[in-house]
Each structure stands twice: as structure tokens, then as C-alpha cells.
Design a protein around this ligand. Structure first.
Ligand code: COS
Length: 379
């Protein structure tokens, strides 16, 4: 395995960097301030092929590798964690679930729309009372002839409101039966299906988060993904891959915070010289740089294993746990290096810190990653 970016990755990185500088950087403060999800930017990323990154070309995707997907998220994370999170959730959760577990008809129907950005995707596992303990979900689906009837709610769902289609995990069996959960496809506008935006988040505020409400929602049985009862295990596999995407985004946020810190430390003078010349600051930068390199290595290692069809449960958790914690450390150090300026919204440091914090929570907290790792070690 090599972590040298190949030529295609370098081109991709340049393309995403240019896009982010042009279309995201000038506006990210406004989106953050107003908690605005810029759906038009998502559509533009769809045109660039960034919304169906690992979906094969036959379904309208870009047919790229997971390593290339990681590169894209690293570039987006350097500029805006919120936009990066939306791209990650769209690609690896909703689109990924349909691609990896959907049947041919479902793939033909949904993947081209998702990959082009014509449709935005959501994915729902979590409920208000079941975050880490996902299997204890309460939302139910009961079969009624050729239909399933869904009742309950899902919480913290990215694109819950703007999503045109959602993949949702719903209880179809007994509580705590790992074969008692099923994945369903639900389209926006289905009677009884509604959503409410969740406001006042600390970070990733350009990414929309919502509660989903199912009130006697009737779903045709064709919208079951895979076998009835296989949803929990499908979801765990999807999260194995999703965690690599959050690791990638974390690396990007960390690097964004680091680059802003280096620039500031070279420009800011105290005691008659740039603060970068002081060992106290130089060592902070050294720690940040070392940890980011290590996080990127773990992330590309996990992506490589995914690309070569190896198990990634442990490696995805390694990468997600380490990189997300590094992103928080780097965001925190960036604020410290910039001092009073870092504590204001005029400088980017505080946003890196706020965005980074979600990385240690979403798609499994750091504590869940350690649980997953320890279980894998002790197997
Ligand atoms: N891939 C495939 N199958 C898996 C799996 C994986 N990565 N992880 C677990 N499974 C299977 C197990 O093998 C087990 O199968 P059997 O019952 O047939 O033996 C079943 O799923 C249940 O697994 P387990 O007993 O480990 O379930 P637990 O309830 O103990 O919980 C954790 C497992 C905690 C790891 C899981 O609930 C989890 O990841 N929680 C965090 C959820 C999360 O990340 N939420 C954030 C979503 S934001 S988008």
C-alpha cells in the first residue's frame, strides 16, 4: 500500500480545492451564522461527480475508489466541515446503502439521481433515545399485505428535511433481536412522512440536521432493501465505511486548522519576532503536524482495505477514533495559537474546533469506536 497520492488523486484534490475556494470559502461564514444548508452547492458538486464518488459509472457515478473519496473529503474539510459532512452522509450512508445492499431495480431507480445531485440522500438509524445503543430502536414497521406501515421518529438525520429519498432502519421484529431490523427506502412526500429541522447546533451548521416523523407511513414492499431482518447488520457495514469518511473529513479539518495556524504564527509578531520562532508555538505545530500525518495514514490504510475488499470494522474505527480526536486537538490548538483573535469569528480557528467536535460524536462516538476496536481485538 502506498499513501503517495497518485496522479488522479492529485488532480481530484486540485479540482475539489479549486471548487471549495471558489464556491465554499466566500460563503461559509454566512451559512455557519445562519445555519443555512446551501443545497445549490450540493447540486454543483453533483455536476462535478462528487455525490456518487464510488458508485460505478453504469449507475451514473464517478466510479472512483474509497481512497479517492477520502481525498475529496480531506479537501472539503480544510474549508468547511459542514459541507464535508453533507457530502459524506450523502455518499457513504444513503447512496452507499443503496449501492452495497440494494437490488438491481433499486440501484437503477435511485443511484443515477443521487449520483448526479438531482436528489439529495438521507439515512436514518438514530432515534431520540437510541444513539450508541442503536439496536434498541423503537420505530416500527408492520406488514399489511404488499405494504409496510411505519410509525415512530428518527433523530439527528442529515438532510432529513431537504433529502429527496431516505434509507431508514426500522424495527420489524422483537426488541434486541439483531435480525429484527429492516432497511426501507422512503421518498419525500410520502403521506405521513414529515421532518423538522434541528437548530442551534455547535458546529457543522451548514449541514442540515432534522428529526424524521413517521405517522402511519405506507411503504410498498419493493422498498425493502435486501432481506427483511437484515437491516441492522447492513447498517453496521455501512457505518464501517462511513467511519472512514468521517476520519477523512477529520483529517481535512485538522489540516485546515494547522495551515491557518502556521500562517498566523508566521505573521503574528510578539516580543519583536513572529510567534512561530518561539518553541512553545513551534512544538504545538510539530505535534499537530505529526498527529495529522498519523491520522491520514490510518485513514488511507482503512480506505485501502475497503478498496481491496478486506474487513474494515477495526481499521475504520481506528481511523475514525484517532482522526476525530486529532481534529479536536488541532482546532483547540489553532484557537490557542491565535489567542484572542482565535476566539473570534473573524478567524477560522473557532469554527474548525466547533466542526471538529461533531467528528468525535457522529457515526459512532469515540467511546463506541473504542468498544468496536476492543471487541475486534478480543475476538
Ligand atoms: N458488520 C457486520 N455485522 C456486524 C457488525 C459489523 N461491523 N457489527 C455487529 N454486527 C453484527 C454482530 O455480528 C451481531 O450479529 P449476531 O447477532 O448475528 O451475532 C449483530 O450485528 C449485533 O451486534 P452486537 O451484538 O455487537 O450489537 P450491540 O447492540 O452490542 O452493538 C454497536 C454494537 C455498539 C457496535 C453498535 O450498536 C454501534 O455501532 N453503535 C453506534 C451506532 C452509531 O454509530 N450511530 C451513529 C449513527 S450517526 S449516522
Amino acid at each position: 500500500m502506498s499513501i503517495e497520492l497518485n496522479e488522479q488523486q492529485q488532480m481530484l484534490a486540485r479540482m475539489v480545492r479549486d471548487f471549495a475556494e471558489r464556491e465554499i470559502r466566500p460563503h461559509y461564514k454566512k451559512w455557519d451564522e445562519l445555519e443555512e444548508f446551501p443545497i445549490e452547492v450540493m447540486k454543483k458538486m453533483g455536476e462535478l461527480g462528487l455525490l456518487g464518488i464510488f458508485v460505478p459509472e453504469q449507475y451514473g457515478g464517478s466510479g472512483l475508489s474509497y481512497a479517492e473519496y477520502a481525498t475529496v473529503l480531506m479537501e472539503l474539510g480544510k474549508v468547511c466541515g459542514g459541507i464535508g459532512l453533507s457530502v459524506a452522509a450523502h455518499n457513504s450512508l444513503c447512496t452507499g446503502h443503496l449501492y452495497f445492499h440494494g437490488n438491481e431495480a433499486q440501484k437503477q431507480k435511485y443511484l443515477p439521481k443521487l449520483a448526479s445531485g438531482e436528489w439529495i440522500g438521507a439515512w436514518g438509524l438514530t432515534e431520540a433515545n437510541t444513539g450508541s445503543d442503536a439496536m434498541r430502536m423503537k420505530t416500527t414497521a408492520v406488514q399489511d399485505g404488499d405494504y409496510w406501515v411505519l410509525n415512530g421518529t428518527k433523530n439527528w438525520i442529515t438532510h432529513g428535511l431537504s433529502g429527496d429519498v431516505a434509507v431508514v432502519l426500522i424495527r420489524t421484529g422483537e426488541l434486541l433481536d439483531s435480525n429484527g431490523i429492516t432497511a426501507f427506502i422512503i421518498e419525500k412526500g410520502t403521506p405521513g412522512f414529515s421532518a423538522v429541522k434541528i437548530k442551534d447546533k455547535l458546529g457543522v451548521r451548514a449541514s442540515e440536521t432534522a428529526e424524521l416523523i413517521f405517522d402511519n407511513v405506507r411503504i410498498p414492499k419493493e422498498n425493502v432493501i435486501g432481506e427483511v431482518g437484515h437491516g441492522f447488520k447492513q447498517a453496521m457495514q455501512i457505518l464501517d465505511g462511513g467511519r472512514i469518511s468521517i476520519a477523512s473529513l477529520s483529517c481535512g479539518i485538522a489540516r485546515g486548522a494547522f495551515e491557518a495556524s502556521v500562517k498566523y504564527a508566521k505573521e503574528r509578531e510578539q516580543f519583536g519576532q513572529p510567534i512561530a520562532h518561539f518553541q512553545a508555538i513551534g512544538f504545538k505545530l510539530a505535534d499537530m503536524a505529526t498527529q495529522i500525518e498519523a491520522a491520514e495514514l490510518l485513514t488511507y490504510q482503512a480506505a485501502h482495505k475497503k478498496d481491496t475488499h478486506q474487513a474494515v470494522t477495526k481499521e475504520g474505527a481506528f481511523a475514525k477514533y484517532f482522526a476525530s480526536e486529532v481534529s479536536v486537538k488541532c482546532g483547540n490548538e489553532a484557537v490557542q495559537i491565535m489567542g484572542g483573535y482565535g476566539y473570534t469569528k473573524e478567524y477560522p480557528a473557532e469554527k474548525f474546533l466547533r466542526d471538529a467536535k461533531l467528528m468525535t460524536i457522529g457515526e459512532g462516538t469515540s467511546e463506541i469506536q473504542k468498544l468496536v476496536i476492543s471487541r475486534e481485538i478480543l475476538k
